[in-house]
Design a protein around this ligand. Structure first.
Ligand SMILES: [Zn+2]
Length: 349
């Protein structure tokens, strides 16, 4: 967009890959929060703070301060915890957030022990051998009860696994399996690290162009979104407008795709704020930003978390199309650019 500052796509992509490589399941998202914080420290326009819950908030003084705004994106992701050490030495897991068991079947993982060690393994159906269990391997529904972590360590008993330092409550993180090919970014947990990268790219773009947001703006990086209460705290009471930046849902019957940013006007939590949504639409049209409008059937956002917590603000939701959400996800840099452009145009309006 000629009328918007340049966006550094290579910075955005590298930041995104680094963030994806920083495991951050809900409840243990501090490494990702700290990574974003370290990156934002290079921008002297920002005043950084942490909520007591551990979210990161960056404030940028605007030209005006009579209608402050906030953007929120979350850096916590799906994951799991050790629920039980089984008598065969393997691990039963309990999911964090809406993790799809089929989606992580046969995936590599790390068990993060309380003492800071990492133990490698993979997550499998407990009767995984086709030559032993035959058709059962294919036909059984996957449940937490019939899946297990096979540790890459010599253990066949509870005691041997405990001797590795593993205990109930240890976090388990799955390999993101990132590939950037032909403009596509394929990885787990693009929800919502893709949007966190867009927000950081917005800040960098405005900084390099010597621009300032029109209104004072808070950038909220949430650490508990996947369990429903991330932005319930941390959005200052003076904020008038909150734009949640989170992935758009692609699939049969959906308008969203991997090459556009989407405005979500309704999801499981009901309609978003009509006037703010319309304001964003007008901005997108003015700047010729490729966007879709859509409804997400099984979806909730951190904007709604703040509403439910009593936040008195207008809330809207935008984000890049992400295919196979909460599964092995994929988006395209065109959608990331469109999202970043829209945020830029909004903050400068
Ligand atoms: Zn999300």
């Amino acid at each position: 967009m000629a009328d918007l500052p340049d966006i550094d796509l290579s910075f955005l992509t590298i930041f995104l890959v680094d963030l994806l490589n920083t495991p951050s399941p809900t409840g243990n998202a501090e490494p990702a929060i700290a990574f974003v914080e370290k990156t934002l420290k290079q921008f002297p326009e920002l005043t950084l703070s942490r909520t007591r819950k551990g979210a990161l908030v960056a404030r940028w003084q605007g030209k005006e301060n009579n209608s402050p705004r906030a953007l929120t994106a979350h850096v916590d992701t799906l994951g799991a915890m050790v629920k039980e050490i089984k008598s065969n030495g393997r691990l039963k897991l309990t999911r964090i957030g809406g993790l799809l068991l089929n989606g992580v079947e046969a995936e590599g993982c790390w068990v993060l022990t309380a003492s800071g060690e990492r133990v490698r393994g993979s997550y499998l159906f407990e009767d995984a051998s086709s030559h032993v269990h035959g058709a059962k391997v294919n036909e059984t529904q996957r449940k937490e009860e019939n899946m297990e972590v096979r540790l890459d360590a010599r253990t066949t008993s509870v005691d041997e696994t405990r001797a590795l330092g593993i205990q109930v409550g240890d976090f388990v993180v799955f390999d993101p399996r990132i590939e950037v090919t032909e403009g596509f970014v394929r990885s787990r947990f693009l929800d919502d690290k893709a949007c966190a990268a867009c927000v950081v790219a917005v800040i960098k773009s405005m900084h390099e162009a010597g621009l300032q947001p029109n209104q004072t703006t808070y950038f909220h990086f949430s650490n508990y979104e996947e369990v429903g209460h991330g932005a319930a705290a941390g959005i200052p009471a003076e904020v008038h407008e909150l734009v949640a930046v989170d992935m758009a849902a692609i699939g049969t019957g959906q308008e969203s795709d991997e090459f556009h940013v989407t405005l979500c006007v309704k999801d499981s939590g009901g309609p978003y704020h009509h006037e703010l949504s319309n304001k964003l639409r007008a901005i997108a049209e003015q700047h010729e930003i490729p966007f879709k409008t859509d409804i997400y059937p099984h979806y909730g956002s951190d904007g709604e978390a703040f509403w439910r917590a009593g936040g008195d603000v207008a809330v809207a939701l935008i984000g890049p199309g992400v295919d196979a959400s909460h599964n092995y996800e994929r988006t395209h840099t065109e959608a990331l650019l469109a999202t970043t452009q829209w945020l830029l145009a909004y903050l400068l309006s």
